[in-house]
Design a protein around this ligand. Structure first.
Ligand code: ADP
Ligand code: ZN
Length: 432
């Protein structure tokens, strides 16, 4: 089934995509009542899809659509053929349950192996998986992909940081697989125990599941002495293995023989020209158990217009700069947390640890405080210096965002650390 990478060129990829798109459109039309109904409402039949451009006629799929069909409404095969279930975390509502056939699992492992290879993982690596195992796709996804590649897998799962560190040393782990937040937390835990993370000998970080902003990447690389690489995926589409960075860096190659990417304007749903920033929409081209047409990821990125120096024929997506559902409206100004992140990165005295505390009244944001940890190297007891730094940050944020925000400086390590994905936004309600 796997199309060998070396066989793929820009000319034949489109032919392959169209063939697979037509097949998945037929399957979803005949097997998934939700899609059949959407097609019928639009007067659309599978045979109307004659070119890749015709994808614009297909209906979108949203997270809410998937939730409404909880648990199995989107499955395109019977449960007899499903051999594995996973689910999204469900922190913002009902979880989305996804199912995989044996062939889906096989392809998934190949796709994850592929991104690991792009990142530079080899068969003689010892890869410690510190993503959670369970319904979350991160642990099992990376597990089977790395095994497929031939690496030695240490299936640790998340949490239990001291023991992770002890075994990392004993097992001579070379590749750390986790969220960027946990990679930082583990390094800090090692330092607190009087150990230098660099002495562990890690050479590569395979990071994913949440944004890895430049300041986080820098901190991870500096503390561990490793090369950080980032990969992207989501449960609704497959899990990890949708796209990943190659050694050339600067964005993540999308496995376009299995996922068809589009960038749309999140407001109008119109497709945007290549190179423009918008919401990433993905169509699965080969999945049997849980195929999705034009899934709206809510992740904001853009597709590169240039070919990569590494020779990989697949298009690159840039690192995610935010999510459409993250947008905050403060005093009438639209702000993405990633813009605040960007602005904070330009100030050397602050660490990558921050959180936004929103005050809401009647559902509206009436205030926001940016709580930031001062970096260890710049921490001081001098009140005057702290006050000066606070002013500097407020001014910097004002010029970057055209917004005056409250800033609260915190001692290093005062914000809660996580073994999974960091929650940056906290809500506080006030009485009406
Ligand atoms: P859950 O919904 O349980 O948190 P998922 O793995 O399905 O788990 O989460 C997928 C989301 O995680 C993506 O839509 C995206 O917002 C985020 N994500 C995953 N990988 C990256 C990455 N490399 N950069 C930025 N965001 C990422
Ligand atoms: Zn490349």
């Amino acid at each position: 089934m796997e199309t060998r990478l070396q066989d793929i060129t820009t000319a034949n990829i489109e032919r392959l995509q169209l063939k697979r798109l037509q097949s998945i459109v037929h399957t979803t039309y005949s097997q998934v009542p939700f899609y059949r109904q959407r097609f019928q409402e639009k007067g659309l039949r599978p045979e109307h899809i004659q070119s890749l451009d015709d994808i614009k006629h297909l209906p979108f799929t949203t997270k809410d659509d998937l939730r409404m069909q909880y648990p199995y409404g989107f499955f395109a095969v019977s449960l007899k053929e499903i051999v594995r279930l996973h689910a999204s975390s469900g922190t913002t509502g009902k979880p989305v349950v996804v199912g995989y056939t044996a062939r889906d699992l096989d392809i998934w492992a190949q796709l994850v192996a592929r991104i690991c290879k792009w990142a530079g993982v080899a068969a003689d690596d010892v890869a410690q998986i510190s993503f959670g195992y369970g319904l979350f796709t991160g642990g099992f996804g990376l597990h089977h992909g790395l095994e497929h590649l031939g690496a030695t897998v240490v299936p640790f799962s998340s949490g239990n940081t001291e023991r992770q560190l002890a075994l990392m040393k004993d097992f001579a782990t070379t590749v750390l697989v986790c969220t960027p937040s946990f990679a930082i937390y583990m390094a800090e835990t090692a330092e607190e125990a009087g150990l230098n993370p660099r002495s562990f000998g890690l050479r590569l970080g395979l990071l994913g599941g949440e944004p890895c902003f430049p300041s986080m990447r820098e901190e991870i690389e500096k503390k561990w002495g490793l090369k950080a690489t980032v990969n992207y995926g989501l449960t609704e589409v497959i899990g990890p293995g949708v796209s990943g960075e190659c050694t050339a860096g600067g964005g993540m190659h999308i496995s376009e023989d299995h996922f068809l990417p589009e960038i749309i304007d999140p407001k109008t749903g119109e497709k945007l020209p290549q190179g423009e920033q918008g919401e990433l929409v993905l169509t699965t081209l080969t999945k049997e158990g849980f195929p999705v047409l034009r899934y709206r990821t809510r992740d904001i990125t853009c597709l590169s217009t240039e070919s990569c120096t590494c020779g990989n024929p697949f298009t690159k997506m840039e690192h995610i700069t935010g999510r459409t559902d993250d947008m905050l409206i403060i005093k009438g100004v639209n702000v993405f947390p990633s813009q605040i992140e960007d602005a904070l990165q330009q100030i050397p005295e602050v660490s990558p640890h921050y959180q936004l505390v929103l005050t809401k009244k009647k559902g509206y944001i009436v205030g926001m405080e940016v709580q930031i940890e001062i970096s260890e190297a710049h921490f001081t007891d001098s009140f005057r210096q702290l006050e000066k730094l606070e002013k500097k940050i407020v001014n910097h944020l004002r010029s970057a965002l055209s917004l005056t925000l409250r800033v609260r400086l915190l001692e290093p390590k005062s914000l809660e650390r996580t073994t999974g994905k960091t929650k940056r936004i906290m809500h506080m309600m006030v009485a009406d």
